[in-house]
Ligand binder design. Structure first.
Ligand code: IVH
Length: 669
């Protein structure tokens, strides 16, 4: 190959690679396999290695090139990079339109709306269609030369196409950002490597763009949307919308959510819609930028020293804010778990005043190193519950001490322990009033005993006045006693007594859930209730028997067994029974016939007319029990379709086998 042939081939390869980069990074619809792409890249690298004088800055091989710098060269923007004026409501958008009307009397104004990306503003310079320089916004007048870093962003075209490629020098502006999913992934990797993580995608993007070593920037998942062409009118464009089309035609990435709006009502609707859909964008947007479409109108409107008069940013409700941790308090849950809560200087976040934020547990506080007096960044994202993103380290007051988790319960003074391997400290005080209040709240809650009128304020007083020491005491309360409580008149006292009385009939499953046994929620309560039929029988059951219930593992069985082993809990159960609380499952009447008492069944294979659960219930209703495996003590093995090895076991051990019909006859007889 002659030198001219090589130059020709290099140029072909570059063109192809630029094209594939465009398809992959801008349009997200690649046409070649990674292997094919790699092959083109390798061929180009080889040729450039043999003819180093043919290497140019805009070659795809030079995306990651240049040596680390200590300082970025300052760049004076030829046209200042201004900020934007803000609107936070439809009314303020109306005022914006009124200002436009005054400046352009009688004119019809059309708009273009697009997401306001929460990223980093940059200016890219192209000379005759080739990328020559990229700069940060800086203070708007002077930015920093970050050409080598911006070149690593694969959606930044190195060579332009179409009309814009002909411009002698073209300045375009846009926003560099990091997609949310990539941000999460980056933070995970940083955390794993023991390195500092970023508070949000914006900081991560800014950090990457200002990296001293372009090779590091290249590994950061950055992307860019372009939204501005400087001196567009001089280039022959009439509207901003046309300018955006030219940007797309040149190979730039523009925001696909951009829309033309012919009147302010449409602008307002766009803003409302985008705010609702902001979580689905895949990147952080903190508002909508509304721009006057006609460039001639833009020119007549002009700019202040701070912002153009032809654009405004409609800001979404903020979801991050900084505030001060005034105290860290520790609360007590119904099972004695101690939860640290940061008391904050009140701050408004997405329309709600935030005063408290959970710090979850000791490890979480240590990981984020939250201290009293710290300024913290808090966030309330789509999921509504606010949390601490990070401490603003620079604002820590001198002398702020690391938080020491208390070793005593703040409510009862009882010893607090943190069992090995667990994340939580627990209060061990058996008479801890804070635990009792939490347990009572749970006892009366909707899905437990459903006691209307048993509110927080009432519980507070009942415990503090010593009227209620356990659940059973609730059932002995009188109207007179209750009417004495603050804010509870005669009428309400009567209602409450009636509500408590009615709750006696809720049945075993709800009662079990209401007791607040560790690891026993609604589902486990159901299982235990239908399996054992009465509270007394559960209390008497051996731990292994509990563990044999399908859906209840060793751990739950241990927790249930431990609960009933506690003398205080046994007294409680006796007390509840004395108070007339129903401690049996509705259809497990203790006096119904129990012909299968003492008989053990094992089920295997699929039954045609009833489910496993129904078969189990039938056995249990008649006093029998269902075990998980066959032994010499098994009385019957019920064999359905496609039985497992249990049928073999039964045969080997000589256990009576029943088919479905025989089983049905047995339970129906
Ligand atoms: S237009 C003269 N459009 O927001 C044109 N800016 O708060 C002014 N920004 O400095 C910018 N998304 O860095 C425009 N779609 C968008 C934007 C956007 C984000 C940034 C930009 C600007 C800042 C002003």
């Amino acid at each position: 190959m002659t030198r001219a042939d090589v130059a020709q081939r290099i140029s072909e390869l570059r063109e192809q690679i630029h094209h594939h980069d465009y398809l992959y990074y801008v349009e997200a619809r690649p046409e070649v396999s990674d292997a094919e792409y790699d092959r083109l890249m390798r061929e180009l690298r080889d040729l450039e290695a043999r003819f180093p004088d043919l290497v140019t800055d805009d070659s795809p091989t030079q995306r990651v090139a240049g040596t680390p710098t200590d300082v970025f060269r300052p760049v004076e923007h030829r046209v200042a990079m201004l900020s934007l004026d803000n609107a936070t409501s439809a009314e303020e958008l109306g005022e914006f339109e009124a200002r436009l009307g005054r400046a352009l009397p009688g004119a019809r104004v059309g708009y273009v709306c697009e997401p306001k990306i929460d990223g980093l503003g940059v200016a890219l310079l192209y000379a005759r269609g080739r990328f020559v320089r990229g700069a940060t916004r800086g203070d708007g007048r002077v930015g920093e030369d970050v050409t080598a870093n911006l070149r690593t962003i694969r959606s930044v075209p190195m060579v332009l196409r179409g009309a814009l490629a002909a411009a002698d020098d073209l300045e375009v502006r846009g926003e560099v950002f990091m997609p949310r999913a990539d941000f999460a992934e980056l933070n995970r990797a940083l955390e794993e490597a023991g390195e500092a993580t970023f508070a949000n995608p914006r900081n991560a993007a800014a950090g990457a763009v200002r990296q001293k070593d372009p090779a590091v920037t290249a590994r950061r998942p950055l992307d860019i949307f372009l939204y501005h062409v400087s001196r567009a009118e001089a280039l022959g464009f009439q509207t901003y919308w046309d300018t955006l089309e030219a940007l797309r035609a040149a190979g730039f990435k523009t925001n696909p959510r951009t829309e033309r709006c012919d009147a302010l009502e449409a602008v307002v609707r766009y803003c409302e819609r985008l705010e609702r859909e902001r979580d689905g964008l895949g990147y952080d947007a903190d508002g909508v930028v509304v721009k006057v479409d006609a460039l001639q109108q833009q020119r007549r409107l002009g700019s202040t020293t701070h912002h153009p008069r032809w654009a405004i940013a409609f800001k979404f409700a903020a979801r991050q804010a900084t505030t001060i941790v005034e105290a860290i308090e520790v609360g007590v849950g119904k099972t004695g778990i101690l939860t640290p809560v940061a008391k904050l200087a009140p701050v408004e976040l997405a329309g709600v005043v935030i005063r408290n934020v959970s710090l979850h547990n000791e490890d979480e506080i240590r990981r984020k190193d939250v201290r009293v007096g710290d300024t913290v960044l808090i966030e309330r994202a789509g999921d509504v519950i606010p949390y601490v993103v990070q401490v603003v380290a620079a604002e820590r007051p001198a002398g702020a001490e690391p938080f020491r988790f208390p070793s005593r319960c703040p409510a009862c003074g009882g010893a607090a322990v943190r069992p090995a391997g667990e994340a939580y400290w627990r209060c061990t005080g058996s008479a801890c009033p804070a635990q009792l209040k939490e347990r009572l709240r749970h006892f009366g809650s909707r899905r437990a005993m459903d006691i209307e009128h048993l509110g927080e304020k009432v519980i507070e007083q009942l415990v503090d006045k010593g009227l209620v020491k356990d659940f059973a005491d609730l059932y002995t309360l009188t109207v007179d006693q209750l009417a004495d409580l603050e804010r509870l008149g005669e009428k309400s006292a009567e209602n409450l007594v009636r509500a408590i009385a009615t709750s006696r009939e809720r049945g075993l499953a709800r009662l079990l859930n209401a007791l607040g046994i560790r690891l026993v929620g609604e589902r486990v309560a159901q299982l235990l209730a239908s399996r054992f039929g009465s509270l007394e029988r559960i209390a008497a059951a051996a731990e292994v028997a509990l563990g044999e219930v399908h859906g209840i593992g060793k751990e739950i069985a241990g927790a249930v067994s431990a609960f009933f082993a506690e003398p205080a809990n046994r007294r409680l159960i006796a007390g509840l029974a004395r108070a007339g609380v129903v401690t049996e499952a509705p259809d497990a009447g203790a006096d119904g016939p129990k012909p299968l008492r003492g008989k053990t069944f094992v089920l295997t294979g699929t039954l045609a007319t009833l489910s496993r659960e129904a078969a189990r219930e039938a056995v249990e209703r008649l006093g029998g029990r269902v075990a998980g495996s066959v032994s010499k003590k098994t009385d019957y093995v019920v064999v359905g379709e496609a039985p497992g090895s249990k049928a073999d076991d039964a045969r080997r051990l000589g256990v009576t086998m029943l088919d479905e019909n025989q089983f049905l006859r047995l339970v129906k007889s």
